[in-house]
Unconditional design. Sequence first.
Length: 205
Amino acid sequence: MTIDHPRIGMDRYIDADWMALCASVVRGEMTIDGVHARLADDIAGKQVQRKVIGILNRMWFPGDPSGRQLAKQAAALATKADGDRIAAFEAVAIGAYPYFRQVMEHVGRLVRLQESCSAGEVHRRMFELHGKRSTIDQATSYCFKTMISWGMLERMPDKRLSSAPRAAIGQEAREILDQAANRSRRSVSPLRPSDPLLFPFAKQK
């Protein structure tokens, strides 16, 4: 039987500031040229710049109508409080990149079970799914760095990963995460409170 693994795709670090700039483009507050200028300042190599632009485009400017609607909702949500902003970034990321969703799922299960995890624990799980390749190792490490920038994770003094202080989210944020998870998982069910994709957030009452 052939297993259809998701393409890695999101295999570079994506800074929170770059996400916020793209959200402002979706809202019509700035042009995409402004994002490209910022990336040129932040990233030395042209090849890496192009790769990052491709990742941001896939998240914030998708070609399909449902993806565009998700990005529009996320862009509006990104102007709100910290938890909603994190949810907006997560929504467009997991909606576009199932690989990023898988890393989040493994991290979420581990930090909820034992409060922290080593990078190696997650790497091993991704190797089990996709094979032990250097590209998998690098992509998973970039996912960790990205989640730290977005306020989801913290790296402890002993290098273990733990959840950042969990942020409250509103009903709109919860709904957009449901949509994004269903898009990524090809499902129709709302997220349960125990779902690992909700690990960065405080439990709703």
